[in-house]
Design a protein. Structure first.
Length: 580
């Protein structure tokens, strides 16, 4: 059995405890550490395996070291309302349970008394002081079984075979306390885990719930098939959708607002073979807009962006796949431009962040308010700066480009793989080359990479095989030159095998992933005279790319490697997101 606590926050407490209490001698400890060097076994594992102490004894000793009470909850029946105060997913992931409370405090048991982020979250949620007790993983495991017992009891009503599923009954199911609690837990846990999307997927025998965290989907729980109808009905009611519509897709939205946060949930429901699949996108309405510096631009790129943002007219385009952070970049640019001297208007689908002093409009195809129609209307609103959520067709592209020609600064997004590919894409849409060359000022292509968890970061060096694999995918000589120019390494003569790179080993804070949070990697193309002439002559992408590289453009791979060398992300992550 692995003790979850000891390897995670401090082996020193254990070492001091076993020495002070003469469980082992200093000479024994030295021998044990020598034995443990070659194996993936910790001191606590060794002590348990050799029956030198029980888990209860070890944790009790550590509790005394930390001046905390120790509690054994293996045979304690916890009151249901107290147990359910902490949602099961949080209890499971963070090894923390509530077992008693009074008017002033909530008593919790944990295996990690240094999980300060979770404690702060719980204190804010309940408005009570936390009384922290240390316990064993076995103890937590036994308490977690009580969650399942209570859930089984609550699901019993939902699993009755004779329960009809007509519209009125769906309404009742959606208002049942177990269903409300399940939905509340799903939403609260998603917010707590910084998820960007919630996927609720029905199968033949169960309902699978997955969260997208830092761009990667992961399973978080499996629910009984019996809750499917009530769960779907509850989310439809929250989103103001039709309860009795099961054959057509539906889209809706709802909000959750507390003292700590304000989130909008954009809901999409589509019929699938085993029911209806639900995907909810989380949008933090009270989220702080990032500055250009916080986005993660290299110094030379930041200079390019600032220079072009200050131009009074023209176009700035941000490109990349869905979910690559394009909207965040555009809002950061708008935040710089947002002054009392200018009128800024946007046409978006959907409005993801609310910004003061900016006139934001939401497209509505049902009423004919499309990007093109909205853009035409905005031009009659005396704007200085216009943001178009996305250029999807020739009509929108032409109106946006003509607006850029007539004294407006236009910001928008496109779906292309890289910065250079944006120019041929506009031409393919039917926009005249002279319009593209004379209006587009700057193109930012981007991806989001996961950041290394700073709690478990470790350095390493590339092997010869690693370097050979990398050299097949990019020009090492050019990469080293760019890394030198940006100050990531001291000289192009520095060899890859001598460089230190970094990765996360995995810990509780990052859910053993080694990553926590995301940041952008970018390539930025400024349309200068040489590039403009190539556009006029409809030059192929290869010529445009050569001109951009001659101009000094950093590719996304270059930017990613610089961030990997700086300990921000990993080489594997950069290669993953830039792979076409």
């Amino acid at each position: 059995m692995k003790l979850l606590l000891l390897g995670m926050f401090n082996q020193n407490y254990l070492t001091k405890a076993v020495l002070d209490n003469k469980i082992i001698t200093p000479a024994d400890l030295k021998k044990i550490k020598e034995e443990l060097k070659n194996g993936n076994v910790s001191l606590e594992d060794y002590l348990l395996k050799q029956h030198l102490a029980t888990a209860d004894v070890l944790y009790d000793l550590i509790a005394k070291q930390l001046n905390l009470p120790f509690i054994d909850l293996k045979n304690v029946l916890i009151r249901k309302d107290i147990l359910l105060a902490i949602p099961e997913p949080i209890a499971q992931t963070h090894q923390i349970v509530a077992f008693d409370k009074d008017d002033h405090s909530l008593k919790i048991a944990t295996t990690d008394p240094e999980d300060l982020q979770t404690f702060e979250f719980l204190e804010k949620k309940f408005g009570l002081k936390l009384d922290i007790n240390l316990t064993t993983p076995d103890s937590i495991r036994e308490v977690l079984k009580q969650y399942h017992k209570s859930l089984k009891a609550e699901f019993a009503e939902l699993t009755k075979e004779d329960k009809p599923e007509a519209g009125n009954d769906l309404q009742k199911m959606a208002e049942d306390l177990p269903i409300i609690r399940i939905v509340d837990t799903l939403l609260e846990y998603a917010i707590f885990e910084r998820a960007s999307d919630i996927h609720i997927e029905p199968t033949e025998t169960e309902v699978i719930v997955r969260y997208r965290i830092d761009g990667v989907l992961r399973d978080v729980m499996t629910l009984p098939k019996a809750v499917q109808a009530g769960l779907t009905a509850r989310i439809k009611i929250l989103s103001n959708l039709k309860l009795d519509e099961h054959r057509l897709p539906q889209d809706g939205r709802f909000k959750i607002k507390t003292k700590e946060y304000e989130f909008s949930f954009r809901v999409s429901i589509i019929p699938v073979f085993d029911g209806e699949k639900i995907v909810m996108r989380l949008l933090q309405e009270s989220g702080q807009i990032l500055t250009l510096e916080q986005l993660g631009f290299q110094k030379s790129c930041l200079t390019l962006v600032k220079r072009n943002v200050s131009k009074p007219h023209g176009m700035i385009l941000v490109t990349g796949p869905t979910g690559s952070g394009k909207t965040t970049t555009l809002y950061s640019v708008l935040n710089v431009l947002n002054t009392p001297e200018v009128n800024i208007s946007t046409i978006e689908d959907p409005i993801e962040y609310r910004m003061p002093r900016i006139n934001q409009s939401q497209v509505s195809p049902r009423t004919g308010f499309t990007f093109a129609a909205g853009l035409r209307s905005l031009l009659r609103q005396d704007p200085n700066i216009i943001m178009v959520g996305e250029i999807r067709d020739m009509e929108t592209a032409e109106i946006a480009i003509h607006a850029a020609m007539t004294g407006h600064l236009v910001l928008s997004t496109l779906h292309t793989n890289d910065a250079v590919g944006t120019l041929p894409r506009l031409l393919d849409m039917g926009v005249a080359p002279f319009l593209v060359s004379s209006t587009v000022n700057l193109i930012i292509a981007q991806r989001l990479v996961r950041k290394i968890c700073q709690n478990c970061i470790a350095s390493y060096q590339l092997t010869r095989k690693n370097i050979e694999d990398i050299s097949t995918q990019l020009d090492l000589e050019a990469l080293l030159a760019n890394m030198t120019r940006e100050g990531a390494i001291s000289s192009t003569k520095q060899k890859m095998e001598t460089m230190l790179f970094y990765r996360g080993k995995g810990c509780k804070q990052c859910n053993q992933e080694g990553y926590r949070g995301r940041i952008g990697i970018y390539e930025i193309l400024e349309v200068d005279d040489k590039v403009a002439n190539l556009i006029l002559n409809r030059a192929p992408s290869q010529e445009l790319l050569k001109a951009a590289l001659d101009q000094g453009m950093l590719t996304m791979l270059d930017d990613g490697f610089i961030k990997a060398k700086s300990g921000i992300t990993t080489i594997e992550e950069v290669m993953r997101v830039t792979r076409e």
